[in-house]
Design a protein around this ligand. Structure first.
Ligand code: ASP
Length: 340
């Protein structure tokens, strides 16, 4: 542990990590995790001091809603000056969305915010929960970290690059388009050159509008203009369209392309992300891609779909300024996408 004098603020939102078996399957168990965490702290040398806020109700993160992001950002903001770092204990199902959302909402973050969870609850042995907690608390004391990260299975990942890729493995999370920021191999190894620089401007937090109508659509053979037109009956403000390969769609389906074009013409911000696990969108590579750029879609480049959804919530909640929202999509705000 780097410095036993550090003090952390901990948000416990729910997740498998603190669940117990019930007749309906695993469910959150209020009050259980804080007691276990205190026991872990007592037997781990150099464990930092912390204050923990348990959310009520604790949730299976499948129930996460954008309003929870506001609550988390508010709690971090209210405690920002008083603590050296932050840990968010969260279910794994939507953890990558939360890590992405917090990264955008917490601007000029000068302290670590580490999101973690586990695949096996603390209540079962063996589990990955204790190790993930110890690692998250350790990383949250790291002086050189000024961003939202995910600590999982001995890895430290940039939050807005992380994805839950494997549903049945202890190493559930990966960062397919960006190297890991740190790992534990006997000791804690961390690569500051890969991390965001210390901000020079004061920290400020943004809330998002949880009622924005944002859709995630995955293309597949058979997806037609009728499906998108049915969705556009809603006042959709933003869409993350997961396209094929380098950002391609069926350019032979003129009705579908026209439906996308009329959505952007009506003001919807449509971000083109690839449905490949890694790689990036380059809409000018193929005729099947450039047609989307002409239809007004903006490139999500190598952003994960989770980061793209969170970025839309963030951008569409901000007042438009000199650089419009569409222009900001392919620009890195928090290290969520790479250079060409
Ligand atoms: N369903 C759980 C959740 O996301 C899964 C987990 O935490 O691993 O809350």
């Amino acid at each position: 542990m780097p410095s036993p004098s550090k003090r952390l603020y901990v948000i416990y939102a729910g997740g498998t990590i603190g669940m117990q078996q019930t007749s309906a399957g695993y469910a959150p168990a209020p009050g259980y995790l804080p007691g276990e965490l205190a026991r872990i702290a007592a037997r781990t040398s150099g464990f930092p001091a912390y204050e923990l806020k348990e959310y009520a109700p604790l949730i299976d993160s499948s129930n996460l809603q954008p309003a929870h992001w506001n609550a988390m950002a508010d709690d971090i903001t209210a405690n920002y000056e008083a603590y050296d770092g932050f840990v968010v204990i969260h279910g794994t199902d939507t953890l990558a969305y939360t890590a992405s959302a917090l990264s955008f909402m917490l601007e000029n973050l000068g302290k670590p915010v580490i999101v973690t969870g586990s695949m096996v609850p603390l209540a079962e042995q063996p589990n990955d929960a204790e190790q993930n907690l110890v690692d998250a608390f350790r990383w949250a004391c790291e002086d050189g970290l000024h961003e939202v990260c995910v600590a999982f299975n001995r890895l430290l990942l940039r939050g807005n690059r992380s994805r839950k890729l494997w549903g049945a493995e202890i190493g559930a999370f990966g960062s397919p388009n960006y190297p890991v920021l740190g790992r534990v191999q006997g000791h804690y190894e961390f690569n500051p050159a890969l991390c965001l620089p210390k901000p020079t401007r004061p920290f400020r937090a943004h809330r998002i509008n949880p009622d924005l109508a944002i859709a995630g659509i995955k293309l597949y053979p058979g997806y037609t203009n009728r499906l998108i037109e049915a969705m556009l009956v809603q006042p959709l403000k933003g869409i993350v369209l997961e396209t094929y390969g380098a950002g391609n769609a069926p350019d032979a389906d003129q009705a579908l392309i026209a439906a996308l074009g009329s959505a952007t013409a009506r003001g919807a911000l449509i971000v083109n992300c690839t449905q490949c696990v890694s790689g990036k969108v380059a809409m000018d590579n193929y005729a099947a891609g450039s047609v989307l750029s002409r239809a007004g879609l903006v490139s999500g480049r190598d952003m994960t779909p989770e980061a793209a959804i969170a970025k839309l919530y963030f951008l569409l909640s901000q007042p438009s300024d000199t650089l419009g929202r569409a222009e900001r999509v392919p620009v890195s705000l928090r290290g969520e996408l790479g250079a060409d």
